[in-house]
Write a protein of this length. Structure first.
Length: 169
């Protein structure tokens, strides 16, 4: 696994499968928090909020939902490759090494959080069901072999990368 991501700072080195499962399970809630008004925001509950504040909140919410949709797509794609690696010997993989940070459509923002929850919950369940020796299994990309552990780390990176981007916006 390479050094920390220069864009989001995520460092997957040393991320265990157990830690990855926990990180995956927390992502939907962390994205959901970005789509809700802050409880300490005086403009969120009073009738005196300015149109500009409401517009800014709508833009932030839309950006967070778009990022959640992109994370859901990336995690689902990497999860499919991980499933293949876990059940087949050296399968050909569909994803590429830059899958975590690739720009994608993201699908319908109205269902982004549900899709992210489904992708992360499913992948976390798969992770926790694996024996420790499963993480050395490999699949092959056009650029060469990749381990199950690295695919899992890339899936977590996909979620964290999009989350940190949404937090910055």
């Amino acid at each position: 696994m390479p050094s920390p991501c220069p864009e989001c700072g995520f460092d997957a080195r040393g991320l265990s499968p157990a830690d990855a499962a926990v990180a995956l399970r927390t992502l939907p809630g962390r994205f959901r928090a970005l789509t809700e008004p802050a409880s300490d925001d005086p403009d969120s509950s009073s009738g005196s909020s300015s149109g500009s504040s409401e517009a800014d909140a709508a833009v932030r919410r839309g950006g967070a939902l778009a990022a959640a949709g992109q994370a859901a797509e990336a995690i689902a794609e990497l999860g499919e490759d991980l499933r293949l690696v876990l059940i087949e010997d050296n399968p050909g993989l569909k994803t590429v090494g830059t899958e975590a940070t690739a720009t994608r459509h993201g699908g319908d923002p109205a269902t982004a959080l549900e899709r992210l929850t489904a992708a992360t919950t499913g992948l976390a369940a798969l992770v926790t069901a694996q024996p420790s020796e499963a993480w050395v299994r490999t699949g092959t990309r056009a650029t060469g072999p990749v381990s199950a552990a690295d695919l899992l780390r890339e899936a977590v990176h996909a979620g964290v990368h999009r989350l940190r981007g949404a937090e910055r916006a």
